[in-house]
Design a protein around this ligand. Structure first.
Ligand code: 0PR
Length: 385
């Protein structure tokens, strides 16, 4: 490390050099990400609350009130205004907290020691991390022909050690929605904890449904749903890191509570201690600014560009893995493999990702991607084939 400090100007110049190497969402070239440009309203709020720490909420009562309002607004979007929960770093931490609550409940109420969780093969890899950290065994359920969780496979995997079942509303690779209503019934019947990972779909499905898109039920309106992951830093336009975990009842938070005797709150149920208040302020600001109608418009716009891309690909002879339900398009060429196609696109400056199940080019039509970017993308694809 340098012994003498640099000037503010020197620091800023050096930082710019580093930043030049980063891709920018605004270029329209980042096609495989679930994050996007944070809205200026959210950025400003984030900046103003940089120092507030939700890990010691008695010192930051205003920020704590913002967090509470965010949780309740998200609960309202997801079918239950009086939910409990926290703002955390993102979907990984939210899923980890949900699995921890489920494990602790099963340990306490059913004396289950070697717990198992059942998640679809399409679930985000954060469940592998959660299983590892929490000492749970992850059992992967098969998918049906539409790449959704297969209910019969779930039933076969249920054992006396099952502590939770996970359904996904907006899968990472294909944007699919698992049959959450069926899972809810099953979990109520078998007395099993049901978690819904709506990290991506949570900021899309309720708004799209309201303007006429058809989607299955997936939220707290279903009595079996115990918790939901929803990420404002994906389709919510909040800065990274902004994630949320919502629980149907306070008891799930209590199951994870640890005494924190010298803090302004006497118990803490989150995994992290010092916790970002800036994310709560930014999420509150952007949700108030956008309103229901703003998010509905944003989601509709992304779906229209999705549709434009999907049609364009079909016209050019590409195969879609399946018709897009949310703003994710996965496709293949009949001539070259997905990995080969991805590497050729990369050389042309397009940052795409390749899905694993099945292998395909996966494009997430986030708000930073506009129609003109897709016109250019489709043109470039013509030159590859
Ligand atoms: N649940 C679902 C359904 C997800 O899609 C993701 C992340 C998570 C949980 C985990 O969320 P965090 O990454 O916030 O902890 N989905 C994206 C993915 O893994 C995250 C992402 C975003 C990856 C931007 C790359 C990227 O450039 O693909």
């Amino acid at each position: 490390m340098n012994r003498k400090g640099l000037s503010k100007h020197q620091v800023s110049e050096r930082l710019k050099e580093f930043q030049k190497r980063d891709l920018k969402y605004s270029s329209g070239r980042i096609l495989g990400s679930m994050c996007t440009c944070a809205h200026p309203v959210a950025k400003e709020a984030y900046h103003d609350f940089l120092e507030s720490n939700l890990g010691d909420p008695g010192l930051f009562e205003g920020t704590k009130a913002l967090e509470d309002e965010v949780i309740s607004m998200l609960g309202e979007i997801l079918g239950k205004k009086d939910v409990c929960g926290h703002m955390i770093t993102g979907g990984t931490e939210a899923n980890l907290m949900a699995m921890r609550a489920a494990r602790n409940q099963a340990r306490q109420e059913k004396s289950i020691k070697n717990g198992e969780i059942i998640a679809p093969k399409s679930a985000h890899f954060s469940f592998k991390k959660a299983a590892d950290i929490l000492n749970l065994e992850l059992k992967e359920a098969e998918l049906d022909e539409n790449y959704c969780m297969d209910l019969n496979s779930v039933k076969e995997l249920i054992s006396p050690n099952t502590v939770a079942i996970v359904g996904v509303a907006g899968t990472t690779e294909l944007g699919k929605i698992d049959p959450i209503a069926d899972l809810s019934e099953l979990c109520l019947e078998k007395d099993i904890y049901l978690h819904v990972d709506a990290a991506f779909g949570g900021f899309l499905i309720p708004f799209l449904r309201d303007i006429g898109y058809k989607f299955p039920e997936f939220d707290f309106g279903l009595q079996g749903v115990c918790s939901i992951t929803i990420d404002p830093h994906k389709m919510g336009l909040a800065p990274i890191p902004s994630g949320c975990i919502l629980f149907r009842e306070e008891k799930y938070l209590d199951l994870m509570s640890i005494d924190t005797p010298y803090l302004t709150e006497k118990q803490q149920s989150t995994i992290v201690g010092t916790r970002t208040g800036a994310s709560a302020a930014a999420t509150w600001a952007i949700m108030k600014y956008m309103g229901w109608e703003g998010y509905a418009k944003l989601a509709k716009n992304s779906m229209e560009i999705t549709d434009f891309l999907a049609r364009g690909l079909l016209k050019q002879g590409f195969e879609l893995v399946s018709p897009p339900e949310l703003n994710i398009v996965a496709f293949n060429s009949s001539k070259i493999s997905a990995h080969e196609l991805a590497s050729r696109l990369d050389k042309m400056g397009w940052a795409v990702s390749v899905s694993s199940c099945p292998p395909a080019i996966r494009i997430v039509l986030m708000p930073h991607i506009r129609r003109e970017h897709m016109v250019e993308f489709l043109d470039d694809l013509k030159n590859i084939e």
